[in-house]
Design a protein around this ligand. Structure first.
Ligand code: PMV
Length: 325
């Protein structure tokens, strides 16, 4: 029996990933930039065991079957191939953030799984190799492998599509105040969403302009220029949602409270408060601000009609191995 445990954080994209050029390998049509959400984490233990007949996946104390188990087993198959191993595994995973709060857990889940499973299989992978492996489970998981502010270069092959840090966690004290407006499970997940992206006539324009937005975002992060970051990340999120809303069938993730938060954030920024929004494949709004404004921003968000609760996270480190409890 061999076992390893890893911790990884979810991440929030400032420049979004939406659409693949290769669905199976999850090679994205454009690069993306994110930061890790340090105060939220997933802890995963993988144990390969010669006595096991099949893989098992236990999430927050409950066995997972069907599609959830199949995605985990598919990643374990890749690791077994790489390591020349045939043993089945037991995977125990726990999120310290509320499930159903609309926080994408797949990024943290597959980053932690890639690290724990490769270590338990005796592989000694580089950070880029771990990022590539995590990408095969969930594209955005590639960005939860390195620490701090991260860029995932699209690449054009399995070897060249991986993420790396562009700045460490302490480079810029930003906070993500997540305004939860609905805890209901999203109807269309991102794996199916990526497949639909090309059915929108706007996707080609979104992808063609992505290098410009990536460049603006990278510079804004490196220069800690909040105004510039706010402009480009809100535009990028709005463009992605325009693609979602115009795909066939359309994906309409916003709810009335989503728009209320977006408009309030813009008005607050107009009034001098440094704050901006970005939204993933769901109705909840990630409201980004410098850490010293986070308390004020959270209080204002909580006072808005339709905001159920606000979770906050600062910039976090890389996925890492930990000693078993
Ligand atoms: O990694 P996936 O397949 O869950 O896709 C993530 C897609 C978005 O969250 C909407 C954007 C992003 O870049 O994280």
């Amino acid at each position: 029996m061999s076992s390893a445990t890893a911790i990884a954080h979810p991440n929030i994209a400032l420049i979004k990933y939406w659409g693949n050029r290769d669905q199976r390998l999850r090679l994205p049509v454009n690069g993306s930039i994110s930061f890790n959400l340090g105060s939220l984490s997933t802890r995963t233990r993988v144990t390969f065991d010669a006595a096991r007949g099949e893989d098992a996946f236990i999430l927050n104390g409950r066995p997972v079957h069907g599609e959830g188990l199949a995605r985990v087993a598919a990643l374990l198959d890749i690791v077994r191939d790489m390591a020349g191993l045939s043993q089945r595994a037991e995977v125990h995973s726990e999120n310290d953030f509320p499930t159903g709060a609309g926080i994408a857990s797949s990024a943290a889940a597959f980053a932690a799984l890639a690290l724990a499973s490769s270590a338990a299989a005796g592989l000694d992978l580089s950070e880029a190799e771990r990022s590539r492996l995590a990408r095969l489970g969930s594209g955005s998981a590639s960005r939860s492998v390195p620490g701090g502010f991260v860029e995932w270069q699209a690449g054009d092959s399995d070897e060249t599509s991986y993420a790396f840090s562009i700045a460490p966690p302490d480079h810029w004290a930003l906070t993500d105040c997540i305004a939860v407006v609905s805890s209901v499970h999203k109807p269309t997940g991102s794996t199916q969403g990526h497949v639909l992206a090309d059915t929108s006539p706007l996707q080609a324009a979104r992808v063609a302009d992505a290098p410009r937005r990536l460049d603006l975002c990278r510079r804004a992060v490196l220069a800690r220029d909040f105004e510039a970051l706010a402009a480009v990340s809100e535009q990028d999120s709005d463009i992605m949602h325009a693609v979602m809303m115009t795909s066939a069938p359309p994906l309409f993730y916003w709810q009335p409270a989503t728009l209320r938060v977006m408009q309030s954030v813009r008005a607050w920024r107009g009034g001098g408060l440094p704050v901006c929004y970005t939204i993933d494949a769901g109705p909840n709004v990630h409201v980004i601000c410098p850490q010293d404004a986070a308390l004020r921003v959270s209080e204002r968000l909580k006072a808005l009609e339709g905001v159920e609760r606000v979770l906050t996270a600062t910039v976090g480190g890389p996925a890492r191995l930990v000693v078993d409890r």
